[in-house]
Write a new protein. Structure first.
Length: 243
């Protein structure tokens, strides 16, 4: 595991965007695995900026996102579909037909999950998977549990995740309780993994996930077994590790 220390959030975003842009330049028809949450927003803004300056071309890139809330329509401003369009897809020259997320509007979980796995298989899996890190160690929406779930599945969100995400909704009651998420095996099959982490509130989980025991109770800990993981974290997020 390679850890790149960034000064602050902006520096983290720029460093992460550099890694993603290198991937796109080296392989213009690459498959990017993308993430939502607040952490990658600056990374996407940087990529969009470089695109607007003419330094990046997304026209042949395919994307597969980690997860989507179950039950939110695509025009709901809290859906991850909306998020991706707002922060990245609508700002670069990506072909929307090549951008994929689980279908949150599909009420049949089994169908939604199998269809999404088929899409990931069809595109050949991710060359580079971007990940954020939940406070409880979740990646995508793989919550702490008894076992690592392999494929795309429907999850009931942990109470702490509902609370953490409530800041984006009018009230806690509005936060969906279920989501579709890519499974751990699919994430681990990405050729390269890039984790972005920022802030002192993530310092404890950075230490537990990347320097502690590998256990499904801390889903991100499985990344210790991947042979090409880069963590770009700011000083605040690394503060427990250094201590
Ligand atoms: C969300 C997303 C994750 C994300 C995580 C952390 O619930 N499903 O993909 O990594 O929570 O979010 P944030 O970056 O806002 O801390």
């Amino acid at each position: 595991m390679k850890i790149i220390k960034a000064k602050d959030y902006n520096d983290m975003s720029r460093k992460a965007a550099n890694i993603i842009s290198a991937q796109v330049i080296m392989k213009p028809d690459c498959v990017l695995g993308l993430a939502t949450g607040s952490t990658p927003i600056g990374t996407y803004a940087q990529l969009a900026d470089w695109y607007q300056k003419g330094d990046l071309d997304f026209s042949n890139v395919t994307t597969v996102n980690l997860d989507e809330y179950k039950g939110l329509t695509r025009d709901n401003d809290q859906s991850y579909y909306y998020f991706m369009n707002h922060h990245l897809f609508g700002r670069v020259n990506i072909d929307l037909k090549r951008t994929f997320l689980p279908d949150g509007t599909e009420p049949d979980s089994e169908k939604a999950c199998r269809e999404y796995d088929q899409i990931i298989t069809n595109v050949g899996g991710a060359d580079l998977q971007l990940l954020g890190l939940g406070h409880n160690g979740h990646i995508g929406f793989n919550e702490p549990g008894e076992a690592f779930e392999a494929d795309t599945h429907c999850v009931t969100l942990a109470e702490s995740t509902v609370e953490a995400n409530q800041r984006f909704f009018a009230s806690k009651e509005d936060v969906p309780r279920q989501a579709y998420t890519m499974g751990i095996r699919t994430i681990m099959q990405a050729k390269k993994i890039l984790v972005v982490v920022s802030g002192a509130d993530k310092a404890a989980i950075v230490k537990t996930a990347f320097f502690g025991e590998i256990t499904p109770q801390v889903p991100a800990s499985v990344l210790q077994l991947h042979n090409d993981v880069t963590i770009v974290a700011d000083e605040a997020a690394l503060s427990e590790v250094e201590r």
